[in-house]
Write a protein that binds this ligand. Structure first.
Ligand SMILES: [Zn+2]
Length: 171
């Protein structure tokens, strides 16, 4: 997806439901990792931007790499984030640290697989089941505008639930 941040919308809803068993940070790193190939493709002028990284197979490999490598970085970001919140007396918005292995795994793999799912709906060069199938049954499932809107609304709802849960549990 050219607009990587839109992938974060559904993640915020999953976070609201999954709590500490799902890392939004690891999910975010998975989105960036998935879109390295299209980014290089745009710079180099490739005709196919969504190649092997945007398949179930590629998403599995990238998910494994993100799961193995992202935790130290996420723990560092989380420590700084929590310290910032403490400083501003917003401790009720703190996230539990460190990122657990299950939270990293769910963030990484829900991240890469959902990325392939959403990109399959909107990109004509996607072949998510390669090398087993050259079909993309998801292409055009809903319009791109509707997809963006759904991701945006999901993001707003996720943030609202996150605030509400944090606020209701504050001491
Ligand atoms: Zn993508």
């Amino acid at each position: 997806m050219p607009f990587t941040p839109f992938h974060m919308g559904p993640a915020l809803v999953i976070k609201a439901a999954g709590g500490r068993h799902f890392s939004v940070l690891v999910f975010g790193i998975a989105q960036v990792a998935m879109d390295i190939e299209p980014l290089i493709g745009i710079i180099k002028g490739w005709t196919v931007l969504h190649g092997w990284t945007h398949t179930i197979l590629g998403a599995t490999l990238i998910g494994i790499a993100v799961f193995l490598l992202a935790r130290p970085l996420c723990n560092w970001i989380l420590r700084r984030w929590n310290r910032e919140l403490e400083y501003h007396k917003l401790h009720w918005l703190r996230s539990p640290e460190p990122v657990t292995r299950p939270a990293a795994a769910s963030g990484a793999f829900i991240g890469t697989y959902s990325h392939v799912f959403f990109d399959s709906i909107m990109h004509a060069d996607m072949l998510p089941l390669r090398p087993w199938s050259a079909d993309n049954a998801l292409l055009g499932l809903i319009s791109i505008d509707a997809l963006y809107l759904a991701c945006f609304i999901a993001g707003l709802a996720g943030v609202a639930i996150w605030f509400a849960l944090g606020y209701s549990s504050r001491q």
